[in-house]
Write a new protein. Structure first.
Length: 153
């Protein structure tokens, strides 16, 4: 009986600590425009800040476009297969996340209930580079296929 209780407690500690393990993407990332590929006009700069909470991983992004205008985007996604609201993105109003492994995640973007894009996000094994592949259709109907490379700040 004592052995069963001990195993149950160890299992709870193991699975509990795994559930709250830090996401590899946590931290602040700066866009490396020179290493990135854009299907349209490249922005001047972008910064992504990822933080983890009980609700999931939050992304706050600030981007300065080629025209000098700054835009902001905010989303908190849990890797639970459910839609979560996105603010500040003219192309999508919600997203669904799925963790592939400790460094890789996939997301589906929707607008008005219709799938409009996908995101494939990979943190390098050394934790210093974040690559984000965005593919989909803008609100104006134009398609995009961009690969953004970020350096850890």
């Amino acid at each position: 009986m004592v052995r069963i209780v001990a195993i149950a407690l160890l299992s709870t500690l193991f699975f509990g600590s795994t559930a709250f393990a830090a996401d590899a993407v946590d931290g602040t990332w700066n866009l490396n425009v020179a290493k990135s590929k854009f299907s349209g006009t490249a922005p001047m700069s972008a910064t992504r800040a990822y933080t983890e909470s009980a609700d999931g991983t939050t992304l706050d992004q600030k981007m300065v476009g080629a025209d000098g205008k700054e835009t902001s985007m905010h989303v908190t996604l849990a890797y639970d297969g459910k839609d979560h609201p996105i603010t500040g993105n003219p192309d999508a109003d919600s997203g669904t996340g799925k963790a592939i492994n400790a460094h890789t995640s996939d997301f589906t973007l929707t607008k008005g209930g219709k799938v409009v894009g996908t995101v494939h996000r990979v943190v390098a094994a050394d934790g210093k580079t974040l690559t984000v592949h965005n593919k989909g259709t803008h609100a104006d109907g134009k398609t995009y296929d961009d690969t953004l490379v970020f350096d850890k700040q």
